[in-house]
Design a protein around this ligand. Structure first.
Ligand code: GAR
Length: 215
């Protein structure tokens, strides 16, 4: 039997996605173990979630570093100490240097609250509402050097209704994040999802730009 995957999760805040990943490892729906949680903010609530699950935590405050390069070098060293098979960015709100991304390419996935390639960056829910979009959603993708732009593995769509506000849409999207993220982590942890020559594959089949089963 192969060893369960070693998963490191990077966070900056609430950590609801971290929680769902922890829960799925605990109930066996992810064949892996969260071996460490790293936050760039000491006040991230996700650190408490990790501690409650007896998962080692580290804080690496970006404010203490002169520049992005230095920070990312330290971060990479810290990530390596956990010897991860999978690195999960779960609300880690930092742009990563190309060096960092290259070091972990193929092992690192991110969740983003939009139907990529739409709305990279911040305030995605507000931007979707303001644009009059009738649907919105979330994407899990391999992390590449392009900001929020790596190959998508899985997306989930939600409707936007007339009387929605930013908060109601965010809540609706977050519920879907909690469904697709653990599933994708499982696919990467078990080697079903791979990044081959810049293209995401599932079970050896190349995925479309919207990932698996976009509709
Ligand atoms: C999630 O909505 C995630 O998609 C988003 O941050 C939130 C974190 O929530 N990530 C990004 O915007 C990355 N570009 P959580 O801390 O409760 O998991």
């Amino acid at each position: 039997m192969t060893e369960p995957a070693r998963i490191v999760v990077l966070i900056s805040g609430n950590g609801s996605n971290l929680q769902t990943i922890i829960d799925h490892t605990a109930n066996g729906q992810i064949d892996g173990q969260v071996v460490g949680v790293i936050s760039n903010r000491s006040d991230a609530y996700g650190l408490e979630r990790a501690a409650s699950a007896s998962i080692p935590t580290k804080v690496l405050e970006h404010a203490l570093f002169a520049n992005r390069q230095d920070y990312d070098e330290s971060l990479a060293g810290l990530v390596d100490t956990f010897e991860p098979d999978v690195i999960v960015l779960a609300g880690f709100m930092r742009i990563l240097t190309p060096q960092f991304v290259r070091r972990f390419q193929g092992k690192m996935i991110n969740i983003h609250p939009s139907l990529l390639p739409k709305y990279t960056g911040l305030n995605t829910h507000r931007r979707a509402i303001e644009a009059g979009d009738k649907e919105h959603g979330c994407s899990v993708h391999f992390v590449t050097e392009e900001l929020d732009g790596g190959p998508v593995i899985l997306q989930a769509k939600v409707p936007i209704f007339e009387d929605d506000d930013e908060q109601s849409v965010q809540q609706r999207v977050l519920e879907q994040e909690h469904r697709i993220f653990p599933l994708t982590v499982q696919w990467v942890a078990t080697g079903r999802a791979k990044l081959i020559n810049g293209i995401a594959q599932l079970d050896g089949n190349p995925l479309t730009s919207a990932g698996y089963a976009s509709d």
